[in-house]
Design a binder for this molecule. Structure first.
Ligand code: SAH
Ligand code: DHB
Ligand code: MG
Length: 224
């Protein structure tokens, strides 16, 4: 059992034993597939990790970039402290509509706000309206814009806040200086930016699983 098939089997086994994906999460994936959305949500094990981070951090305000069908949104929103809220930004109106129905079915409409439009504009709107700061920011939209999102996230994060970036490793392409994968190049630029940024401390964790070989960068923004 090596390579992709083995990773997927271990993901299935371990998620089945510990993760506890329930009806609303399964329904969100089924409805997303039915509506023709790409199957690129975080895995159940990864969704649980995000939820655990939010819970451990006591997050009361969460910002997500890249809603897709709302699968990671549901994991994160369920982990909010009482009275908390989550704002999620999605470019595609049709994806956002699927997500809103999934979020409603999960009973989370009162705490989640889905905003349609480019994430950069949405972030600048949040800054201008003074709607921050956020305790946790999950960056998972178009990969080539990650450097810009990281810079804006610093303005929207509270001191001591957490910023998580998905899809940093891209099958190893992030470490290939000649890669033509625009997403991987964006991730490389983001990591170089983060390295020069005195306000953040972070680490990158590679993952294998049902979604292949990828990884997250986890950062804490200085303060407190
Ligand atoms: N977070 C989701 C997966 C997001 S996939 C989950 O794990 O369940 C990436 C999403 O980013 C897609 O839905 C895509 O439409 C959206 N996206 C792409 N470019 C964007 C942009 N400029 N602004 C906001 N969202 C964008
Ligand atoms: C892909 C995976 C993701 O997690 C994502 O957010 C966007 C795209 C992909 O595999 O193409
Ligand atoms: Mg992703």
């Amino acid at each position: 059992m090596e390579g992709y098939e083995g990773w997927a089997q271990v993901d299935e086994l371990t998620a089945g034993l510990l993760v506890g994906e329930d009806e609303a999460l399964a329904a969100a994936l089924a409805a997303s597939a039915q509506a023709g959305l790409p199957a690129i949500a975080v895995s159940p094990n990864q969704g649980k990790l995000l939820a655990m981070l939010a819970r451990l951090h006591g997050a009361r305000s969460i910002l997500e970039l890249g809603t897709l069908g709302g699968y990671s949104t549901i994991w994160l929103a369920r982990a909010l402290a009482p009275g908390g809220r989550l704002v999620t930004l999605e470019l595609q109106a049709d994806y956002a509509a699927v997500a809103s129905a999934n979020i409603e079915r999960a009973g989370l409409s009162d705490v989640v706000e889905v905003r349609v439009g480019p994430a950069g504009e949405g972030m600048r709107g949040l800054i201008d309206a003074g709607e921050g700061p956020f305790d946790l920011i999950f960056i998972d939209a178009d990969k080539q814009s990650t450097p810009e999102y990281f810079t804006l996230a610093l303005e929207l994060s509270r001191p001591g806040g957490i910023v998580v970036v998905d899809n940093v490793v891209r099958g190893g392409a992030v470490a290939d200086p000649d890669t033509e994968d625009a997403g991987a190049r964006g991730m490389r630029r983001f990591l170089e930016l983060a390295a020069r940024e005195p306000r953040v401390s972070g680490t990158t964790i590679q993952t294998v699983g049902a979604k292949g070989w990828d990884g997250f960068t986890f950062m804490v923004v200085e303060g407190e």
